[in-house]
Design a binder for this molecule. Sequence first.
Ligand code: DX5
Ligand code: ZN
Length: 218
Amino acid sequence: MPEIQIMPSILAADFGHLAAGCRRAEEAGADQVHVDVMDGVFVPNISFGPDVVKMAAANVSIPRNVHLMVKKPQDHINAFVAAGSDTIQIHIESVCNIEKTLTAIREVGKRPAITLNPETPAHAIFQCLDNRWVDEVLVMSVHPGFGGQKYLGYVEEKVVEIRRRADWVDIAIDGGIDGETVVPAAAAGCNLFVAGSYLYKQDDMAAAVADMREKAAA
Ligand code: DX5
Ligand code: ZN
């Protein structure tokens, strides 16, 4: 089973102090920082572009885990690589050549990842696993677009299927993850945990990160 990692999502940080929000994640012992990119087309909300990844890269040494909720990710890979992304997650539901886009990410030495919305079945990404186009799968446990939504436990079934198919792959889960939902998500087979609102509302983020890590490993 791949290593357990905790990834705070800066979508929940104070936008007036975004650099401090990135540093806060690193100082809390987080493994990676998750950056949510939304184009207002693939999802109803608009958030960050490459310059925010650049800012994150200038402020932390932990890897930048970049979630592209955009309709045409292929058009933006170069910009996000140049900005300092380490993992780039594209959606299987997006409009692009999936193989080409994932391969382009790998060819520049970055980690390709494939993401699925709650309603998308596991088999939609099996070709990505079987051909090893990805190092990571991101399972959405909310409908993407906004932080602070309720965890959708029914996606755990899909995590079990993905884990059964690929014991080597990192499986991340994103949406409504907290000190409680981390437990069933880990039991299903997730090893990477994105948490936005839960971690940023803590007085002691380090304690919450350690607690999540411990619960996921139990
Ligand atoms: C949702 C984003 C998530 C979001 C998670 O579209 O992809 O990464 O920031 O936020 P919480 O943890 O608050 O559900
Ligand atoms: Zn995300």
